[in-house]
Ligand binder design. Structure first.
Ligand SMILES: Cc1cc2nc3c(=O)[nH]c(=O)nc-3n(C[C@H](O)[C@H](O)[C@H](O)COP(=O)(O)OP(=O)(O)OC[C@H]3O[C@@H](n4cnc5c(N)ncnc54)[C@H](O)[C@@H]3O)c2cc1C
Length: 410
């Protein structure tokens, strides 16, 4: 019997333990362990909905404890700290700060990435982030009082990648919907981007459509604007302009946690991603795999797998199959990412997306349904189609009965 330890239960890690737990449950073939500090799983591309008060916790959050029980893996609520490759152990810290060791035969690291402040002065002290559900909840705790207070309030979002765009659109929609009930409260949203267009990693035609959709929602899109310093309620640009706001949210760039650079000699790149071969095994140790945003994985054309939810899901599915092969003594195959295009939600009833290698840019309500399908596919792996269908129906019913904005309007 082998012990597979997966660290991080996000888009990649949770799908992997689900596949492995189900595969190995019969006859207790192999042991599968998930190490994850949070108690509940939230699909990261929906964190902006938590920050905007439109996320449905009841239907869309997953309890690790319950999921582990139903899918035959062990869940340890703790964070990984360090690694001893010789002893094949990781050190973990639980919520009380207690340290302990977990042994492994195969280790999979899937701890994701966070936004990158590029060491910009004052950002960590004066900006909110959207890298975890707890940070998204903190953001909501500060946005909600603004929505309840008379007057115009200003929110600046730095970084017009998928996170920044989706958050700006969601907040603008919430503000517009609330104005129906109460005319004297308004959020003014500025979306600030250092590149010359929103979604700089996507095709230009998509950027233009997204920018025009944001402007229709009243979002003030400002490109070619680099933030040099953040202060209390102020962002200072490279040209000296001062942008004042009630709240500032940093959603630019990505990097991985610093502790990944101290993992017993494993190789990392300049944004702290662990370097792996095409088989997803680290360049220095074949018993350690890395998937999702925390991996720098080469592709046949010389590029690297992008840090996207779709890539994390594909890598998890691929590795589940390869680990089964490995445990049967068979050779494992390289991971090749198939880019199904990019989709960005602009509120709850509109999205813009690319298909056919970015040749086709689509927008509208149907594209928004396609965007939802990606989340539903993630849920299908976690729960199966039966429960996903029930969740979709329940959501429709709740949506038609409840206000769009989930929290008390007073
Ligand atoms: C607001 C937002 C919107 C986004 N929108 C899109 C989008 O529209 N399309 C798209 O493709 N991508 C989008 N992304 C990116 C996408 O969410 C990520 O690419 C994807 O979640 C990566 O999956 P992952 O499993 O590598 O990491 P994650 O999903 O981030 O999961 C990492 C897990 O590791 C856990 N962890 C962290 N540190 C430790 C530790 N020390 N020990 C144990 N566990 C640890 C975390 O708690 C977390 O559960 C968005 C991201 C954000 C934040």
């Amino acid at each position: 019997m082998s012990k597979i330890v997966v660290v991080g239960g996000g888009a990649a890690g949770l799908e992997l333990v689900t596949h492995l737990g189900k595969s190995f449950a019969r006859n207790n073939q192999h042991q599968v362990v998930l190490v994850e500090p949070a108690s509940h799983h939230y699909w990261k591309p929906r964190l902006h909905e938590i920050a905007a008060g439109t996320f449905d916790d009841e239907l869309d959050a997953v309890s690790y404890l319950q999921h582990a029980y139903c899918n035959h893996y062990q869940y340890i609520q703790a964070s990984m700290n360090s690694l001893d490759r010789q002893a094949k152990t990781i050190e973990i810290r639980d919520a009380q700060g207690e340290l302990s060791q977990v042994e492994y035969d195969y280790l999979v690291i899937a701890v994701g990435a966070v936004s990158n402040d590029f060491k910009t002065q004052g950002v960590s002290e004066h900006c909110l982030f959207l890298d975890s559900a707890s940070q998204a909840k903190q953001a909501w705790e500060q946005i909600n009082p603004l929505l309840k207070t008379k007057g115009e309030h200003h929110i600046s979002i730095v970084g017009a990648g998928a996170t920044g765009v989706e958050l700006a659109a969601e907040l603008a929609k919430v503000s517009a919907k609330l104005e129906r009930y109460r005319e004297d409260t308004k959020l003014n949203i500025s979306l600030i981007e250092a590149a010359d267009r929103v979604l700089p990693a996507g095709p230009k035609s998509m950027s233009a459509k997204v920018e025009s959709a944001l402007e229709k929602l009243g979002v003030n899109v400002r490109t070619d604007l680099r933030i040099q310093r953040a202060q209390d309620g102020k962002l200072v640009t490279a040209s000296g302009e001062i942008i004042t706001s009630d709240l500032q949210i940093w959603a630019a760039g990505i990097k991985c946690a610093d502790w990944l650079t101290q993992l017993d000699g494993l190789d990392t790149n300049r944004i702290n991603q662990l370097k792996v071969d095409a088989t997803l095994q680290t360049t220095r140790d074949d018993a350690i795999f890395v998937i999702g945003d925390s991996a720098e994985c080469p592709q046949p054309d010389g590029s690297f797998v992008p840090p996207r939810a779709q890539a994390a899901n594909q890598a998890a599915g691929h590795l589940a199959v390869q680990l089964k092969r490995l445990l049967k003594g068979k050779a494992i195959k390289p991971f090749v990412f198939h880019d199904g295009g990019m989709l960005v939600a602009i509120g709850h009833d509109y999205a813009v997306g690319t298909l056919m290698n970015n040749k086709l840019v689509l927008r509208g309500r149907l594209v928004r349904n396609l965007y939802d399908t990606i989340f539903r596919l993630h849920q299908r792996i976690l729960f199966g189609w039966g429960r996903v269908t029930a969740l979709v129906v329940l959501k429709r019913v709740k949506g038609s009965l409840n206000p769009f904005y989930k929290h008390n309007i007073s």
